[in-house]
Design a protein around this ligand. Structure first.
Ligand SMILES: C[C@@H]1O/C(=N\OC(=O)Nc2ccccc2)[C@@H](O)[C@H](O)[C@@H]1O
Length: 473
């Protein structure tokens, strides 16, 4: 009882605090974190340096687009089967209508390149169980639709040809499979779920071998008790993919440890290669600086919560391109990646709002992308005018809120001096030291129309004669 109590206490403590327990208090885990700290290999560096990605949520749900039997549901469109309580066999009959006549993988890839994304995460199979590839382990795939062809294969080739990395979204929870269980409550459940995990292994091996250029697996649909009670399998799935595809990255959402703890194990260590809990939310730039200790990737939707295509976006607020841009910069400023979602229409084209957003982001990234790609957390105190990112000997100021004072207050860490400040077009702006490690960086005389970047040349570990006297309070 004591051991169980202490485990539960540790577990809940770690869950709330994600605190790293002193090594001598750590509990032994067979299926906990395989590694402490960030991965430092080239494949993870590429994942991190990419910084900006796009999500593609595309499946049968795009056909009804949030409406079933004449009733509009304002929940996430890719969950319509659940909201409308549609039986699996009836839902999967949507396959007879799957024939995206406007689909052109090359057009999608060019749109992604113009937006400036360095990787695209594609839903190979969402909760509904419909596979965008001709899986030989399921009857619910593109091969059994009027379209017939391997959509996933076409997309992998088209994106890779544009120099864009491809990541696979994979939902473990599969509403089409008779052996899926939400919980394990009997021997029968155990036997059925074992068959289900074998089916899942087969599909993962199939994806890894058919599409060996895939760089990442983003697991989803892993929150049910059935998975949490099979933490061993989540560790096995990660290792199986890493054996098949050396360098591949795996998100934390796959993992559950010996006690069902997800993302961070019972000792508070991150499982997988990057945290994937920031979905439609971001860490606070002052209160949540703990996230800078590990790799993480956020993902976001344009509406409040629509991943798959929904025909009526008037049901919630739709973010402007500027609001999308600020979230991208916010994530990178805290050492994270940002993945912006697209929910293609059933015909294979994109809705106007998504095309306009991609175009606007692409224009900004073309001019200022150097403050995003390959950049990281600068470690400087957040200021109201915007965000910092850091690369090599440079710190970038990304200005979203220009002040009436016409100068931008910058507080540098102890021993760090600002040598020069230039606007991206090369023009210098004045830098005035106002106090110890405090500066006013002037706004450019003609402030750009929208968010812009000032590049700071810095010198670190400078010990200068301290000309400032602190008040003797
Ligand atoms: C990216 C999204 O991922 C999902 N679910 O994610 C979560 O449940 N996310 C979550 C839940 C609790 C905490 C943090 C994130 C899916 O159900 C949804 O359709 C979409 O594919």
């Amino acid at each position: 009882v004591t051991i169980l109590f202490s485990l539960l206490t540790v577990g809940s403590f770690a869950q709330k605090q994600q605190q790293i327990l002193p090594a001598d208090q750590e509990i032994p885990l067979k299926y906990g974190a395989n590694r402490l700290g960030k991965r430092s290999d080239a494949a993870m560096k590429k994942f991190r340096d990419n910084r900006l990605g796009a999500f593609i949520h595309w499946g049968l749900y795009a056909i009804p687009g949030g409406e079933w039997n004449g009733k509009m549901y304002n929940g996430a469109a890719e969950w319509l089967k659940s909201w409308a309580k549609v039986p699996a066999d009836e839902w999967l009959r949507l396959m007879d209508q799957w024939n995206p006549e406007k689909f052109n993988a090359k057009v999608w890839a060019k749109m992604a390149r113009k937006m400036g994304v360095k990787y695209v995460k594609i839903t190979t199979k969402h909760h509904e169980g419909f596979c965008l590839w001709p899986s030989k382990y399921s009857n619910y795939t593109v091969a059994q639709t009027p379209y017939k062809k391997d959509i996933l294969g076409e997309l992998v080739k088209a994106y890779n040809d544009e120099g864009i990395d491809v990541h696979f979204y994979f939902s473990v929870m599969d509403w089409s499979h008779p052996d899926y269980r939400y919980d394990i409550k009997s021997k029968d459940d155990e036997v059925a779920f074992a068959r289900f995990l074998e089916f899942t292994d087969n599909q993962l091996k199939e994806l890894a071998t058919r599409y060996p250029t895939v760089k990442d697996f983003w697991f989803d649909g892993t929150w049910d008790a059935s998975i949490k009670k099979n933490g061993w399998w989540t560790a096995h799935a990660e290792q199986m993919l890493k054996d098949l595809l050396p360098g591949v990255t795996i998100n934390s959402r796959l993992r559950a440890d010996d006690y069902g703890k997800r993302h961070f194990d019972s000792n508070g260590h991150l499982m997988g290669d990057y945290e994937s809990g920031y979905e439609r939310r971001l860490p606070d730039p002052v209160k949540d600086l703990k996230v800078t200790r590990w790799d993480w990737e956020a993902c976001m939707t344009l509406p409040e919560n629509q991943w798959g295509y929904h025909k009526d976006w008037s049901l919630s607020y739709v973010k402007t391109p500027l609001e999308v841009l600020e979230r991208i910069v916010h994530a990178v400023s805290m050492g994270g990646n940002m993945v912006v979602n697209f929910g293609p229409q059933a015909d294979g084209d994109f809705r106007r709002e998504e095309k306009e957003m991609a175009d606007a982001i692409g224009k900004w990234m073309q001019q200022y992308g150097e403050c995003i790609y390959g950049c990281d957390y600068a470690g400087w105190d957040k200021q109201p005018w915007g965000y910092y990112t850091h690369k090599g000997k440079e710190v970038y100021m990304i200005v979203f809120n220009p002040p009436y004072s016409k100068h931008l207050v910058v507080k540098t860490p102890k021993g760090t001096k600002i040598l020069k400040a230039t606007v991206t077009n090369g023009k210098e702006v004045a830098v005035t030291e106002t106090a110890r490690n405090e500066y006013n960086v002037d706004m450019p005389a003609k402030a750009p129309e929208g968010p812009f970047v000032i590049k700071l040349q810095i010198e670190e570990n400078v010990s200068s004669a301290d000309k400032y006297r602190d008040a003797l309070t």
